[in-house]
Design a protein. Structure first.
Length: 204
């Protein structure tokens, strides 16, 4: 079973995933992996240079020039789509290889901030969204990233509203300080393991 986990910026996706990892569940951090592939996957690096020019990487060391790319795609939707069309298949392929390595796990998790927005949820068996009130997310991200409220709001503006994510998800984890995070993860974990076990038994 492939479970997708998403949620708005600062909702606590990574925090929740770390609890699943403690339970022995493999987690694929798609956004971190995408960043890694953009600097280390030769074919992808070549395509990014074709799209943005040599300035996309600082020399020497082939370090991705994030600020340069971000500046371009922020105001150019076509370039953003073209970049996504390069990165998404590369991450998908990488994720498939990763799944193969973890095929004996009862289930795996794929964590990504824009899993609904990118349509990636269609490739998952179930979807979880982590919900945290907006004000709490703003406070947490300002503290974590040492940035301004305006910067957090700008990043939030590019994401699907929480209410839509909650409607589209199969499960919601509330990270609002009122519900126990560990208890919610444990309940889901037990249900997923049971489902995986039932599937295996039915296969004979
Ligand atoms: P992003 O979308 O930006 O990658 P995220 O959804 O993965 O963020 P986290 O990085 O897990 O979110 O959490 C955001 C910040 O809030 C982190 O600094 C984290 O330590 C903190 N945080 C998360 N959950 C809680 C909680 N229940 N109580 C206190 N702090 C929390």
């Amino acid at each position: 079973m492939k479970i997708g986990i998403t949620g708005g910026i600062g909702s606590g996706k990574s925090t929740v995933c770390r609890i699943f990892e403690v339970l022995g569940i493999p987690v694929y951090y798609a956004d971190d992996r995408a960043k890694w592939l953009m600097s280390n996957d030769e074919k992808l690096v070549g395509s990014i240079i074709d799209l943005f020019g040599e300035n996309a990487y600082s020399q020497p060391g082939n370090i991705l020039n994030r600020a340069f790319i971000a500046d371009i795609v922020f105001n150019d939707k076509e370039k953003l789509s073209a970049l996504n069309a390069l990165v998404h298949p590369a991450v998908w392929q990488d994720g498939e290889s990763w799944n193969e390595v973890h095929k004996n796990a009862p289930y795996t998790l794929k964590e990504a901030a824009l899993l609904f927005e990118s349509g990636g949820h269609h490739l998952m068996d179930k979807m979880i969204t982590v919900f945290t009130p907006k004000e709490t997310r703003i406070e947490r991200v300002m503290k974590r990233d040492e940035c301004t409220k305006e910067e957090v709001l700008a990043r939030m503006g590019k994401q699907m509203p929480d209410e839509e994510k909650k409607e589209m998800a199969d499960f919601v984890i509330y990270n609002d300080g009122e519900h126990s995070l560990i208890q919610q993860v444990l309940t889901l974990h037990q249900a997923f393991v049971k489902q995986a076990f039932t599937k295996d038994t039915n296969k004979g």
